[in-house]
Design a protein around this ligand. Structure first.
Ligand code: DUR
Ligand code: ZN
Length: 132
């Protein structure tokens, strides 16, 4: 991934991360998605007093993307609130795979600006998809 694009994604994820509603876990996550039409959509986790109703940052970003009429993911970036990488949960791996091919990069960044890139296929091998 182009370093300038990665920087833009990181900035957008960090803006969203600051808005996270995570009073229960204290774990604020930000996500940013680059689409094939070169738009960036971001999201944060939104927790709820009824814990299972909480939503992950990746799901929020996907919701923003689809709401704006875009469905084709070129890259995903996930910003962690600490110095460990925040790997997406199982549900979010499936949600990302709905809109991203196996070779699409998922960039993980820590608060200390370390970064690691994996692919959608590495995160969710043999993904269940109905589209061709
Ligand atoms: O990739 C992840 C992992 C966790 N969370 C959220 C869910 C919950 O609000 C909090 C703690 O699990 O972090 C995300 O948003 N994305
Ligand atoms: Zn998740």
């Amino acid at each position: 991934m182009d370093t300038e694009i990665e920087q833009l994604l990181t900035e957008r994820a960090h803006v969203a991360q600051k808005n996270a509603h995570a009073p229960y876990s204290g774990f604020q996550v930000g996500a940013a998605i680059l689409t094939h039409d070169n738009q960036i959509y971001s999201g944060c986790n939104v927790e709820n007093a009824a814990y299972p109703q909480g939503q992950c940052a990746e799901a929020s970003a996907i919701g923003a993307m689809v709401s704006h009429g875009s469905k084709n993911i070129k890259a995903v970036l996930i910003a962690s609130p600490n110095n460990d990488y925040c790997f997406p949960c199982g549900g979010c791996r499936q949600k990302i795979a709905e809109f991203a091919d196996d070779e699409i990069p998922v960039i993980l960044v820590t608060q200390g600006a370390q970064s690691k890139t994996v692919t959608v296929g590495e995160l969710l091998p043999y993904a269940f998809r109905l589209k061709p």
